[in-house]
Design a protein around this ligand. Structure first.
Ligand code: FPP
Length: 251
């Protein structure tokens, strides 16, 4: 397979803690190993022609984790920014962080701001880290912002979408969660209304480019109906229109 028709892929990188615990290591070891494979998946997404890749790196709920673990996640983000900056720029990737980054160290905030600024005109893959992010929080903030700016005006789906954190990312086509659990954990709730969901048993540090590509290939073959019927059924139903009319009349 060369290029995929899936434009926006979101990934919940789960299973780091269990990966480490299975090996009698501290949970943070799993995050460290997990952070090392992020660039492989980014590269593969780019090769597959994905337009946007959004990675769940730190949720609003993650604040309740032990301080040591939170600090490690902060440091891994900083390390990623330092290590991957030149590759991101060279590969024409547009980098962004979505979420509340106010509690990050000033140095990390500056690294984020610089990379966002320097990559803003890039037209390749849109790579976004969701950090300090929560889907419900994003929707409530969007609604509140709209109400404040448009008192008395009725909110529509299109308007709410335009008030999200990064409306340009559009809807999610495929959401992958590694680590074996089957839930979406407050990630991109609005954007995933019609997303295909794929749950992998693989814990994030063991996730590979090969598995990622196989998932993309597998899901690309699924027919997405967006609440409609599949195209062959639509054709049959057109052919059966007269018969259908009779059935409906006799109901
Ligand atoms: C969930 O694993 C994962 C996270 C809370 C953070 C994901 C972060 C990384 C992959 C590393 C950070 C990388 C960068 C570049 C910022 P978990 O701890 O909930 O695993 P568990 O379900 O096994 O406990």
């Amino acid at each position: 397979m060369e290029k995929t028709n899936l434009k926006h892929i979101a990934i919940i990188m789960d299973g780091n803690g269990r990966w480490a615990q299975c090996r009698s290591h501290e949970r943070i070891w799993g995050h460290i190993r997990g952070s090392k494979i992020v660039s492989n998946i980014v590269e593969e997404a780019d090769d597959l022609g994905v337009k946007a890749l959004t990675l769940y790196a730190f949720s609003t709920e993650n604040w309740s984790r032990p301080v040591g673990e939170v600090t490690v996640l902060f440091k891994l983000l900083k390390k990623f920014l330092l290590k991957e900056r030149s590759r991101i720029l060279k590969n024409n990737i547009q980098f962004k962080v979505m979420g509340d980054t106010s509690k990050l160290p000033e140095k990390t905030k500056k690294l984020i701001a610089d990379l966002e600024e320097d990559s803003k005109s890039n037209v390749g893959l849109k790579l976004t880290f969701a950090f300090g992010y929560g889907g419900r929080d994003e929707i409530v903030s969007a609604a509140n912002k709209f109400i404040k700016e448009n008192p008395g005006k009725e909110l529509t789906e299109e308007l709410l979408q335009s008030y999200l954190l990064l409306p340009q990312l559009g809807d999610v086509d495929l959401m992958i969660r590694t680590g074996g659990d089957q839930r979406i954990s407050n990630f991109l709730l609005w954007q995933s209304a019609y997303a295909e969901l794929y749950f992998s048993q693989t814990k994030w540090p063991d996730f590979t480019r090969v598995e990622f590509r196989k998932i993309v290939e597998f899901v690309s073959k699924r027919e997405r109906r967006f609440g409609n019927v599949c195209s062959s059924d639509l054709q049959t139903s057109k052919m059966m229109a007269v018969e259908n009319k009779e059935i409906i009349t006799n109901l």
